[in-house]
Write a protein that binds this ligand. Structure first.
Ligand SMILES: Nc1ncnc2c1ncn2[C@@H]1O[C@H](COP(=O)(O)OP(=O)(O)OP(=O)(O)O)[C@@H](O)[C@H]1O
Ligand SMILES: [Mg+2]
Length: 227
């Protein structure tokens, strides 16, 4: 469970009010879109959940604890419970799909004997088991993004955050990526997707939070896009 209680985030360097008195709850296992114009506060929202930023006012609660609870080793454990996918997938160019995904297991210290099985399952989830030996440059952008999703989920995090995961993709690849995110959701993962892709939000309907200049102006459980 993620709870934002009267959360305001002001960036001190520019005095920008990125989030303005936000109150919202996201339950375990939900699929939620975060929409809004550029600068509305979507990435800031993600950054708070990742504890890359702290609220100026109010409280962000993760699993019943305020962000301040997650310090030191607990921050590390918290991040291990989150998978992240960004607009730029940032795969390692010199590693094939398998090794890119396995890299995430190495980082969190999963024993090497578990890698083949876990990487294979993750690549299967994104429909790319047959491309495991391909280098990023030998994959389409959509396939690369799906490898990035596999890398984000191979550690079985209960929460997946995707910030503009289809930002660089054509409509067909975007739909494929969305379908993959939905499959991840069906496995029980909580999924939060920040996006500009109005057509996707209207096609694959889920709860939709709309931000406007840092304020939550709409929380639509049936989904749909309105700015
Ligand atoms: N590190 C930062 N320092 C100062 N101001 C920032 C910083 N990051 C974002 N902002 C400002 O905070 C506001 C919200 O930015 P944010 O990145 O959350 O928007 P966004 O909805 O993700 O936009 P986009 O759709 O363009 O990604 C903007 O006005 C932005 O200029
Ligand atoms: Mg953003």
């Amino acid at each position: 469970m993620i709870q934002f209680r009267n959360v305001t985030l002001e960036y001190p360097s520019t005095h920008t009010l990125a989030l303005d008195n936000l109150n919202v709850e996201i339950g375990d296992g939900e699929f939620v879109y975060l929409v809004g114009h550029s600068g509305a506060g979507k990435s800031s929202f993600m950054n708070l959940i990742l504890k890359r930023a702290l609220p100026t006012k109010g409280e962000v609660m993760l699993a019943g604890q305020p962000l301040s609870y997650y310090r030191g080793r607990r921050t590390h454990l918290l991040r291990r419970r989150m998978g992240m996918v960004f607009q730029e997938n940032l795969l390692l160019d010199h590693l094939n799909a398998y090794d890119n995904v396995a890299f995430a297991l190495r980082v969190v210290g999963v024993p090497q004997r578990e890698w083949p099985q876990r990487v294979t399952v993750a690549l299967r989830t994104v429909g790319l088991e047959h491309k495991k030996y391909a280098l990023p440059m030998q994959l389409s952008l959509g396939e690369q993004q799906r490898v990035a999703i596999a890398r984000a989920i191979v550690t079985d995090p209960p929460l997946l955050l995707a910030d503009e995961p289809t930002g660089n993709l054509d409509p067909d690849n975007s739909r494929e990526v969305l379908k993959v995110l939905q499959n991840v959701h069906l496995r029980g993962t909580t999924v939060i997707v920040a996006t500009h892709a109005r057509d996707l939000v209207e096609t694959f309907r889920h709860r939709t939070l709309t931000l406007r200049r840092g304020k939550l102006v709409r929380d639509e459980h049936l989904g749909g896009y309105a700015l």
